[in-house]
Design a protein around this ligand. Structure first.
Ligand SMILES: Cc1ncc(COP(=O)(O)O)c(C=O)c1O
Length: 393
């Protein structure tokens, strides 16, 4: 029998991290363990109260049956209460929230509910891959807009051709922005919502890093600007170090949430209810979030000081758990990231061009940057910083 994958699988871009992966294998073969700033997966344990809540829920729900497709009423209520406390926005848990199996599932499958073949989806470059992969699997067309430093890493709406905007169904935005660290104010969200509404485009806002900011003011949610035509995806993966639990939510326009809910009944059977219980415990507590935020701030300061000492431009993020570092003039991001994997530094960072998609004119907006995820343990960050600071660029 001849087995062949679907074209949607074979047409995906090739795996591009190979160069870095090969260097890592070489280092490991020499007995050197590099500090891995590559993956945005928190290395701290999930807070103990959340784990206990999950353990208890497994017993409490011994014969729970299938979970609700859309989320348990208590979980939806906890999300609505948190949204009101955090952003001052009242949403109806019964019609304006749905649970997701982590944001990745929600973001990817969202396109199945809204994108017809040929519909355009406006996607940031650099950006989280499921915006584009979800579009392609739904047979839509991506139109990548650049996140450039000159424009504060925001979309320049004036440069999106009107003909493209007229065919667009969705615009993805994500702030605090991974990987650039940009955190715009509410005015920005208001402008995007007005622009999109005029053109009948859904604003899909990925707010996975809403709780990680380096200034004094918590970043706003797009829901503070508008709910009509707007959907937000958020998750407990980063906020509460719960990447393994797979729990998040979508919230916003009741019509959008209704369509998303009915699409999800065809695709999955809901987030496990005991995981939602752990999510309720997580949302009820802010202390662990404050502690985690402080820890990321310290790591960020240590890393940035080292990079500046090495002669690099100071690139302090406003939010997220990433540093989007400009590489030295005349050096490619791949060459810079490869240099960091040499045994005297033994640090892994991701070349920016691998996190971005080329634009229509062929330019890759991630070129010239590398991304450091502030996820290694503090002691490893300190050790890596000491080695980085000795470099001269
Ligand atoms: C921008 C962004 N959105 C969403 C997610 C997905 O989070 P989750 O673990 O909830 O799927 C990530 C994970 O790295 C992310 O970086």
């Amino acid at each position: 029998m001849r087995i062949s994958p679907a074209k949607r699988i074979t047409s995906l871009p090739a795996y591009t991290f190979k160069v870095i992966d090969d260097r890592l294998l070489e280092l490991k073969a020499k007995g050197i363990s590099p500090v891995d700033f590559g993956v945005g997966d928190p290395s701290v344990p999930t807070p103990v109260e959340i784990r206990r809540a999950c353990q208890k829920a497994v017993d409490d729900r011994a014969s729970a049956g299938y979970p609700s497709y859309v989320g348990a009423p208590e979980f939806l209520e906890a999300v609505a209460n948190w949204t009101e406390r955090r952003f001052g926005v009242a949403i109806d848990p019964a019609s304006q929230v749905t649970a997701t199996i982590g944001s990745k599932e929600g973001v990817f499958n969202f396109h199945e509910a809204f994108v017809d073949p040929g519909d355009v989806v406006l996607v940031p470059s650099p950006g989280y891959p499921p915006y584009s992969r979800g579009t392609w699997f739904a047979e839509g067309k991506t139109w990548f807009y650049p996140l450039d430093e000159e424009n504060g890493f925001l979309p320049n709406l004036d440069t999106i051709p009107e003909a493209v905007a007229q065919d667009a169904k969705i615009i993805w935005i994500s702030y605090p922005n991974s990987p650039t660290g940009a955190c715009p104010d509410l005015d920005f969200f208001t402008r995007v919502c007005a622009w999109a509404k005029e053109r009948n485009i859904i604003v899909a806002s990925d707010e996975a890093y809403s709780e990680f900011y380096f200034g004094d003011t918590p970043p706003p949610s797009v829901l503070q600007a508008a709910i009509d035509g707007v959907v937000v995806f958020n998750s407990l993966s980063k906020r509460s170090a719960m990447t393994c639990y797979r729990i998040g939510w979508a919230a916003g326009d009741a019509e959008i949430i209704g369509i998303l809910r009915s699409m999800k009944t065809n695709i999955d059977s809901g987030a496990p209810t005991f995981i939602q219980d752990a999510g309720i415990a997580a949302l009820a507590d802010e202390d662990h979030v404050v502690a985690m935020r402080d820890e990321y701030r310290k790591k960020c300061d240590i890393l940035i000081d080292a990079l500046v000492q090495a002669g690099l431009k100071r690139c302090t993020p406003q939010g997220t758990i990433y540093v989007w570092q400009k590489v030295p003039d005349g050096m490619s991001d791949l060459a810079f990231a490869t240099r960091l994997t040499e045994p005297d530094v033994a640090v892994v960072a991701i070349p920016g061009s691998l996190l971005a998609e080329p634009l229509e004119d062929g330019r890759n907006p991630g070129e010239g940057y590398v991304r450091f995820a502030l996820t290694p343990q503090m002691a490893d960050v300190e050790a890596a910083a000491a080695r980085l600071a000795k470099l001269t660029f």
